[in-house]
Design a protein around this ligand. Structure first.
Ligand code: NDP
Length: 333
């Protein structure tokens, strides 16, 4: 299958071109950039045959069957709708869109056209998170009472562009990281957050957008989820903890793009180290995408998963701005 990249992005460069090329029979043949020189240089750097500045021209290539959209967040919606109208399968970056209605429109359009549409939530593809899910499923922690997510990091300098100063492009730590945490919590608990409270802050990097947020989510089962996302925290490391009536899972360094981390299952004061697969997260996501295109199962994170993670992030933003407890609005999904 031939792929077109919509967006000459860092994430495509660092992870997704390799993840596509790792799948048998798949090739990246085109890239779209708004800047002709950057597009050409990007294509040369990554051995991509064609660089376009016009979306319709890229989509007009009948040999391209799928696109990977990794432009800034406000562009995902129009670009996805155009790709779907041109009959292409879509792997779309998170957050799917700026509003819930836009994200729903994208997913509905793909469904109506019979095309595969996936959200690139990488964490549920990690060996660590697959193992945590397995421990919960096997009732090793009992009834889940609480989850704590520590996902406050220091944003690398090369990513300190639109993320820290451009709300119109979807900047801010809430659209950037809360969506991932929402997806990961939904994956583990197999339920959707009901309501949230939150406090945000613009501490040092954020100009016109928040660079730190803490929130608490109420799950339908009664479990409470506490999350911390940030662009300004240099030394904390990341973690994901699940606390249940029979045991607790402590997973360190697992909110990451790399297949790394440590997991311990604690019961009655005894810590059991847990091993996990160390496969590439993005390659697994792409493998599931290809299988879905072949009619075998669903993508690892579907379009509906992307709609729901966005719904949680929008509720966290609303709660932080209003100071109120906000019921998550998932719309019609
Ligand atoms: P980048 O800033 O690298 O790329 C976004 C856009 O910025 C590109 O489409 C490009 O525009 C433009 N751009 C890139 N480099 C330059 C440059 N040197 N000068 C001027 N403009 C430039 O963003 P990311 O790769 O970090 O993020 C892209 C998307 O992917 C976002 O939606 C983000 O949320 C998501 N993402 C997802 C991750 C995941 O793990 N799922 C991880 C990281 C990001 P053009 O295409 O027009 O050339």
């Amino acid at each position: 299958m031939k792929w077109g990249l919509i967006g000459a992005s860092t994430i495509a460069s660092q992870h997704m071109i390799g993840a596509i090329r790792a799948q048998d029979g798949n090739a990246v043949t085109s890239v779209l950039s708004s800047d002709a020189d950057r597009g050409k240089a990007y294509a040369e750097q990554h051995s991509i045959d064609h660089a376009y500045t016009d979306l319709d021209a890229l989509l007009g290539d009948p040999s391209i069957e799928a696109v990977y959209i990794s432009t800034t967040n406000e562009k995902h919606h129009p670009q996805a709708l155009a790709a779907i109208a041109a009959g292409k399968h879509v792997m779309c970056e998170k957050p799917l869109a700026m509003t819930l209605a836009e994200a729903q429109e994208m997913v509905a359009a793909a469904e109506a056209a019979g095309l595969v549409f996936a959200t690139n939530h990488h964490l549920r593809n990690a060996g660590t998170h697959l193992k945590i899910r397995e421990l919960i499923e096997q009732d090793r922690v009992g009834e889940v009472q609480a989850v704590r997510v520590a996902h406050a990091v220091y944003l690398p300098e090369n990513l300190q562009g639109w993320r820290i100063d451009n709300p119109a492009a979807g900047g801010g730590v809430i659209p950037d990281i809360v969506v991932h945490d929402a997806d990961t919590v939904r994956f583990h608990l197999q339920e959707d957050p009901e309501s949230v409270v939150a406090i945000e802050r613009s501490e040092s990097l954020g100009k016109g957008v928040e660079d730190s947020v803490m929130s608490v989510w109420q799950m339908p089962s009664g479990a409470l989820v506490e999350t911390h996302e940030g662009f300004t925290v240099r030394h904390a490391g990341t973690s994901f903890e699940v606390h249940g009536t029979k045991g607790s899972i402590f997973a360190q360094g697992v909110m990451t793009q790399q297949p790394v981390g440590q997991i311990v299952l604690r019961k009655d004061g005894v810590d059991e180290p847990i091993t996990f697969s160390e496969h590439n997260l993005y390659e697994r996501a792409m493998r599931h995408f290809m299988q879905a295109v072949a009619g075998e199962g669903a993508p690892a994170a579907t379009g509906v998963d992307g709609v729901k993670s966005l719904a949680v992030a929008l509720a966290v933003k609303d709660a932080a701005v209003s100071g109120r407890r906000v019921t998550v609005d998932y719309g019609e999904v």
